[in-house]
Design a protein around this ligand. Structure first.
Ligand code: 57M
Length: 358
């Protein structure tokens, strides 16, 4: 919105020409999201304590989590506000992709919100049924996939990192791939969100990776030079990624150990879906697997554990997801989280290296 108002003033004073630049608006987006987050989060923490919006203790988690049951949850509500307001302020609101990713944030955020509220209201602490949750995710994933697929000019070829000449054309099956990526990433971030700062850290590294890629993919000169697909209009997602980055950093300030606030499913499901939607739009699905390797590792640990127990009657890990395995091995929570962050940053750098290693 401000983008229009301020940019129009460039006819009066050329200094306002600066609002035309995506990089400048991305920086404003990051800063706006940080300011909103630092103003809103302390208030929300106080209010959620008053309203007893707390995570509660799950019986099947390591005892160290006993002290966490008083921690307020649903902090994802703040992340969403601190992401969407700067996007509305600084992005070009005629951009189709901005609205698709905003829809992903809000639709999956709504699923998480309903689940979080159900956990708070229910006596068992359980949320909505897995079937209901999964069905809603498939419906919204399908909607997003169709909105992307039917956008005029969408390229249905899949790009493979390091192999620029492998470009399988999936045609209409691209929609199925979208659903798989969006629903899978959303649940992967959710599973990862089990220690202070553990989920938001990798979200920040993936967000930074996609901020850079959105800018490059949306710029025909850079796209041609780097031999990646040019996606007209994808550059505006740089501003949304900036807002998500600022909102995530602001949240981490309070979610760092010992956490004063959890993001809840409201945050984990929406952030996962948004990052996956961006990955599809900028045609970097495999990049999400690389940069989001922590989410992949956490999900695979659960799959391996479940199937090992079913098929062999034995566990592979002391407890899945894998962060609990290290907890039960006696690692300090902070050490587990920082080591996972380090791995995530390394994976983000490897993802960025695919720009040149082709
Ligand atoms: C999502 N939620 C945290 C918080 C956060 C099918 C099965 C694999 C499902 C899975 C499951 O239910 N996972 C739930 C993880 C929970 O965090 C809340 O949930 C939100 C995110 N969805 O925002 O509101 C607890 O995590 C801790 N926490 C922090 N700091 C944070 O910043 O300390 C969260 C955020 C919080 C808090 O204690 O209460 C969670 O862990 O529940 N179930 C599992 O993964 C279970 N594993 C399991 O059963 N393993 C089996 C088999 C199935 C693989 C095995 O290993 O044999 C885990 N269940 C739970 N925790 N509840 C084990 C650990």
């Amino acid at each position: 919105m401000l983008y229009y108002l301020l940019y129009q003033l460039h006819v009066k004073a050329t200094v306002f020409n600066v609002f035309r630049y995506i990089t400048f608006r991305a920086v404003l987006s990051i800063l706006s999201a940080l300011i909103i987050s630092f103003i809103l989060t302390p208030y929300v923490i106080r209010k959620f304590h008053e309203w007893k919006i707390r995570s509660g203790k799950r019986e099947d988690v390591p005892d160290r989590h006993e002290a966490k049951k008083e921690t307020p949850t649903m902090g994802g509500f703040v992340i969403l506000i601190a992401t969407i307001i700067p996007t509305l302020l600084w992005a070009d609101l005629t951009n189709y992709y901005i609205w698709i990713v905003t829809f992903a944030l809000l639709s999956f955020g709504a699923i998480g919100f309903i689940d979080d509220v159900q956990k708070l209201k229910g006596t068992s602490g359980k949320g909505i049924s897995g079937r209901t949750k999964f069905t809603l995710q498939i419906v919204f994933g399908l909607t997003i996939g169709a909105l992307i697929y039917f956008k005029y000019g969408f390229i249905t070829q899949l790009t493979v990192p390091f192999f620029k000449n492998i470009l399988p054309d999936l045609g209409v099956f691209y929609i199925l791939l979208c659903i798989f990526i969006i629903v899978g990433t959303s649940n992967a971030v959710n599973l990862t969100d089990g220690l202070d700062g553990l989920a938001i850290g990798p979200v920040l590294t993936v967000c930074t990776t996609f901020l850079i890629f959105s800018y490059l993919v949306g710029n025909i000169i850079f796209a041609q030079y780097l031999q990646i697909f040019y996606v007209k209009g994808a550059g505006e997602l740089t501003i949304l990624c900036g807002a998500m980055l600022g909102a995530g950093i602001g949240f981490l300030w309070y979610n760092a150990h010992p956490a004063e606030l959890f993001m809840g499913d409201t945050g984990s499901l929406s952030l996962g879906a948004a990052l996956a939607t961006i990955a599809v739009i900028i045609k970097q699905e495999f990049l999400l697997v690389i940069a989001g390797g922590i989410f992949v590792m956490e999900t695979l640990s659960v799959i391996i554990q479940v199937y090992s127990f079913k098929l062999r009657g034995k566990r592979v890990f002391r407890m899945a997801p894998i962060h609990h395995h290290f907890e039960l091995k006696g690692w300090n929570e902070g050490k587990i989280v920082v080591r996972f962050w380090i791995i995530s940053v390394i994976l983000g750098l490897i993802a960025l290296s695919t720009l040149k290693l082709r």
